[in-house]
Design a protein around this ligand. Structure first.
Ligand SMILES: Cc1ncc(COP(=O)(O)O)c(C=O)c1O
Length: 410
């Protein structure tokens, strides 16, 4: 196929004139393809899918019930712009109830269509060409990608086992610090599962003040905290002076596809976010905002979701440990981040987690997500589909049967 006349017109940020030509596959696309191949070639083997990063259940009944009512109300039909007060007030009540954080719903909270787009917008509020965003790796890359789209650069802070999976704020070179405007933190961390300590947050606040950097704390997995009660960055004194926290209804409320989240904290930053956002979209459907507000007011929802994923995680940790993997219960999230084996006894050797992951899916129909950014690790998610606890146990027994045969070597 010959190039269209506009091939030369694509912007450099998406590859310029080479857009669509390099054929490189993203990690998740490779996994999807390998999954389809394993299913086609081995229909007799159940796919053990630890690769999915999405909740396996529908949104709670109360949320769906309010949605069903609100969808028929004419007052919900229009543009929602920067969001309705009813949702912001529910988010404020949630922040108070769960974390003891007091927020002014009118000025310190703004919704967005899930939390992902927040990471596209916040760099737009701060990053000029040449500015730097500090990003932890492995991690959720959206704020870094958009920093680059705006002409900035990303300085990576590796999350290493030897640093207890916390970023080393003292390692950042002076010239980077001078240009840095944003630091993106994420606790509970995806994929490492590490939860934040108050001491680390205090250190981050001091670091931000000293170096005049804005903190963006990604709380997408906030309610999935296992080693401590769910916490908020904003509960730490001084946090509101240096940044914002970004919350999501996706994980803690089984509302992945509903697309609702919010940014909260420093009033000036929330206002900049709202102004920026107002230029690009017209807000989430008001019926969804009202249904989400009903979910936020029901404290039992995130508790039950946390109990379920904790139970599944305990089973997975026990199963993988029994099979020779070196894993501990993560502090939070529904991801288990565990060192990738270098080989399986009597089998192939691996140079990366990606190779292990491809081998597991291709030869054993076990789907995982590889991370090779800071050491080689495999991510197992406990969001697999299982109707009840007996089905979870069967799935674990099948996992053990396949992995015991393999004997990982580290
Ligand atoms: C760490 C982290 N942050 C943010 C998001 C975005 O979540 P959502 O846009 O569904 O709120 C995800 C989703 O996978 C995530 O894992």
């Amino acid at each position: 196929m010959s190039d269209p006349y506009f091939q030369q017109l694509f912007a450099d940020r998406i590859g310029g004139a080479n857009y669509g030509k390099d054929g490189a596959l993203y990690k998740f696309e490779k996994i999807k393809r390998a999954k389809r191949k394993a299913l086609a070639e081995h229909p007799e083997r159940t796919l053990l899918d630890f690769g999915i990063g999405e909740n396996d259940e529908m949104a709670p009944e109360v949320v769906r019930k309010v949605m069903a009512e609100e969808i028929n109300k004419p007052e919900n039909r229009g543009y929602a712009d920067n969001g309705i007060l009813e949702f912001k007030e529910a988010a404020a009540r949630f922040m108070q109830r769960e974390f003891g954080v007091t927020l002014n719903p009118a000025t310190e909270i703004n919704h967005d269509i899930g939390s992902k787009p927040v990471y596209a917008k916040l760099p737009g509020c701060f990053i000029n060409p040449g500015d730097v965003t500090l990003m932890t790796v492995p991690g959720y890359p959206v704020a870094g990608n958009f920093t680059k789209f705006y002409g900035g650069t990303v300085h990576n802070l590796p999350l290493l086992k030897e640093n207890d999976f916390l970023p080393d704020l003292d390692s950042i070179p002076g010239d980077v610090l001078e240009r840095a405007k944003l630091i993106v933190l994420n606790f509970p961390n995806s994929p490492t599962g590490k939860t934040a300590t108050t001491e680390f947050y205090e250190k981050a606040i001091e670091f931000a003040k000293k170096n005049e950097i804005v903190v963006v704390q990604d709380a997408a997995h906030a309610m999935l905290s296992f080693d401590q009660e769910p916490t908020s960055f904003l509960a730490v004194p001084g946090a509101k002076d240096v940044g914002v926290e970004v919350h999501s209804m996706s994980k803690g409320f089984d509302m992945i596809g509903w697309r609702i989240g919010w940014v909260c904290g420093n009033e000036r930053i929330v206002s900049a976010f709202a102004d920026f956002k107002d230029n690009g979209d017209s807000g989430q459907f008001m019926a969804i905002q009202k249904a989400a507000a009903a979910g936020l007011d029901d404290a039992s929802i995130p508790k039950e979701i946390r109990t379920k994923y904790r139970r599944r995680m305990e089973k997975l940790v026990a199963t993988l440990t029994e099979c020779g993997f070196d894993c501990q219960m993560p502090g939070g999230t529904y991801f288990l981040y565990t060192p990738a084996p270098k080989a399986f006894e009597g089998g192939p050797e691996f140079k990366s987690a990606e190779e292990v992951s491809q081998f597991l899916i291709t030869d054993h129909s076990i789907c995982t997500v590889p991370w090779d950014d800071a050491g080689s690790f495999l991510r197992f998610s406990v969001t697999y589909v299982a109707a009840d606890e007996a089905a979870e146990d069967d799935l674990m027994a099948e996992t053990a049967a396949r992995l015991t045969e393999l004997s990982p070597v580290f």
